[in-house]
Design a protein around this ligand. Structure first.
Ligand code: T46
Length: 139
């Protein structure tokens, strides 16, 4: 059964390895993130006013990191809908399977990096919101 979203979706702090030259964050699959990383992709040059995402995944787990700029990520478990401001490179937003998610209000220059537990597979997407609601009710 889908876990309900908590009142404040957990942003996970990432360890910053900084020195007087600047900062560095390393994310190792199975260590800093609770799954092996099968795929990394990043979203950038998003046109003003665009809303991306608008889907859920059947089995994919992902962590989102806004490495530059800022945007809003909306998470929806079919019961509760929450907006999360992504504006720091030192936190990650876990987006589990069967969570409807949308990304909007990308500031110019925003880069949203995604660490994913599986390779790309279009059949894993639920792109219709009513189909998403039906799917979570039958789980
Ligand atoms: C998600 C959110 C956070 C690929 O060929 N390989 C890939 O790994 C991905 C992610 C996408 N694509 C192709 C599929 C489309 O032709 O790239 C194009 C854009 O993908 P999409 O419209 O799905 O992009 P978003 O920003 O709406 O969603 C993406 C991810 O697809 C999705 O899994 O959770 O970012």
């Amino acid at each position: 059964m889908t876990e309900p979203l908590t009142t404040s979706p957990a942003l996970v702090p990432l360890t910053v390895r900084g020195d007087d030259r600047g900062s560095l964050i390393a994310i190792e699959g199975g260590r800093d993130i609770p799954f092996e990383i099968a795929r990394v992709y990043y979203i950038f040059d998003t046109a003003p006013g665009v809303v991306r995402g608008l889907h859920a995944h059947y089995t994919l787990d992902q962590w989102l990191v806004c490495v530059n700029g800022h945007c809003i990520v909306t998470l929806d478990d079919g019961h509760i809908r929450r907006d999360v401001l992504m504006s720091q490179a030192n936190v990650a937003l876990p987006v589990g399977r069967m969570i409807w998610h949308e990304m909007r209000d990308f500031a110019p220059g925003t880069v949203l990096m995604v660490l994913a537990s599986e390779h790309y597979r279009e059949a894993d997407y639920i792109r219709d919101y009513n189909a998403f609601l039906s799917a979570i009710r039958t789980r």
